[in-house]
Write a protein that binds this ligand. Structure first.
Ligand SMILES: [Zn+2]
Length: 245
């Protein structure tokens, strides 16, 4: 796939209504404190789930960020209605890239979640890792783009930023700073790629799914065990991205 030419970035916050870093990053942009536009594209802000933001809740009826698989957009749930409206408004812009901003209570630092391992995204991971070595790169590309249930896959180009640990409904300086730095690196990559600037990129380590491991359950349906602190909870998958460059 040739590199897409992106002339608009749609920055979405509040897809989960109690994840505040993205909403405050948008405020910094609105107040002129953080510069998001670049010479080749503009950044447009929107809020994914306004009723959930108002309620300081993750969602009203169902998880909005699982409501975007093309199969079942028809439903009475508040979030299905929002998803259908979002698709109607934003799916058709071929030169738009959607960045969906999230927080997690997991201590996973600044994580760039890429839904495709196409060279454009594989190179983005390399660039971000070089600019921000503490960032994690996660490829979640088990499903095809069209089958992904996520808001950021509405159009042709998109990704998620997931930053933690931060309790839901709270705002922490460190987390906001990590999200700001991660977003800056992503926006700079898009700008550099739009301008065809040569980038010297290296191989890097990234996370990927190997398999889902279920907790063993007792006959009462409760877990028989939890993860011991000395065990490796995350399995690092070393992906050589050399062939993709
Ligand atoms: Zn979220």
């Amino acid at each position: 796939m040739a590199n897409p030419s992106i002339n608009q970035v749609l920055l979405v916050a509040g897809t989960h209504g109690n994840e505040l870093s993205g909403l405050y990053l948008q405020k910094l942009i609105r107040d002129g404190v953080y510069q998001a536009d670049r010479s080749t594209f503009q950044v447009k802000n929107t809020v994914g789930n306004p009723p959930a933001v108002k309620k300081n809740a993750r969602f009203i009826d169902i998880d909005l960020n699982r409501a975007f698989s093309s199969a079942d957009l028809e439903s009475d749930a508040n979030e299905k209605r929002l998803a259908a409206e979002f698709v109607k408004q934003h799916a058709d812009n071929e030169n738009q890239l959607i960045i969906d901003l999230h927080n997690t209570t997991s201590n996973m630092g600044a994580t760039l979640i890429l839904l495709s391992s196409d060279p454009y995204y594989a190179r983005m991971g390399a660039y971000v890792k070089q600019r921000m070595p503490e960032a994690n790169i996660l490829f979640e590309d088990r499903k095809s783009w069209i089958d992904q249930p996520y808001l950021c896959t509405t159009g042709r180009h998109g990704l998620m930023l997931e930053v933690g640990a931060q309790a839901h409904g709270s705002l922490k300086y460190e987390t906001l700073e990590l999200m700001k730095n991660l977003l800056t690196a992503v926006l700079d990559y898009i700008e550099n790629t739009n301008l065809n600037n040569p980038l010297k990129l290296n191989d890097y380590d990234a996370y990927g799914y190997i398999e889902e491991v279920m907790f063993p359950l007792d006959i009462d349906g409760m877990r028989l065990a939890t993860v011991h602190p000395t065990s490796v909870a995350k399995t690092l998958l070393l992906l050589s991205r050399e062939s993709l460059f």
